[in-house]
Design a binder for this molecule. Structure first.
Ligand SMILES: [Zn+2]
Length: 136
């Protein structure tokens, strides 16, 4: 495996999702909110699924949420991830669900319903991702 293989595959950053990725680089976890009915949504989409409005704005997430579900990957170990690799589905307090990594926790200590907090991490050049830690 060469150096290239230890780089993450870059997420697709397009017209509809650019605000989310730029927000992370600016230190903000931005959640889309419908400008017509107020429904929040994630991942970013051009249209509201509830009222079909194309008008939207964003709210900045507190990063606080609750583990909805999780899995812990032990094998195979694929760079650049560290193992065991805990992947969580988090219900953010702002009302949307986000998939990410949970860092710094013993897999035996992870539980559904546990409170977590997002931390924005520069995982590589020009790529900032939200990862979660168990809330203190
Ligand atoms: Zn709407």
């Amino acid at each position: 495996m060469g150096a290239k293989s230890s780089q993450r595959i870059r997420p697709v950053e397009n017209y509809d999702s650019a605000h989310f990725w730029q927000g992370l680089r600016d230190g903000k976890l931005l959640i889309q909110e419908c400008g017509a009915c107020g429904l929040r949504r994630h991942p970013p989409q051009p249209m509201c699924e509830q009222c079909q409005s194309l008008d939207w704005t964003t709210v900045e997430s507190s990063g606080r949420g609750t583990i909805y579900s999780y899995t812990v990957i032990h094998y195979p170990e694929i760079p650049p991830f560290e193992y065991p690799n805990a992947i969580v589905l988090v219900d953010l307090d702002e009302g949307v669900r986000l998939a990410s990594q949970l860092r710094g926790a013993d897999p035996d200590d992870i539980a559904i319903g546990q409170r977590v907090i997002a931390k924005l991490v520069d995982v590589q050049d020009d790529l900032t991702l939200p990862v979660f830690e168990i809330a203190p």
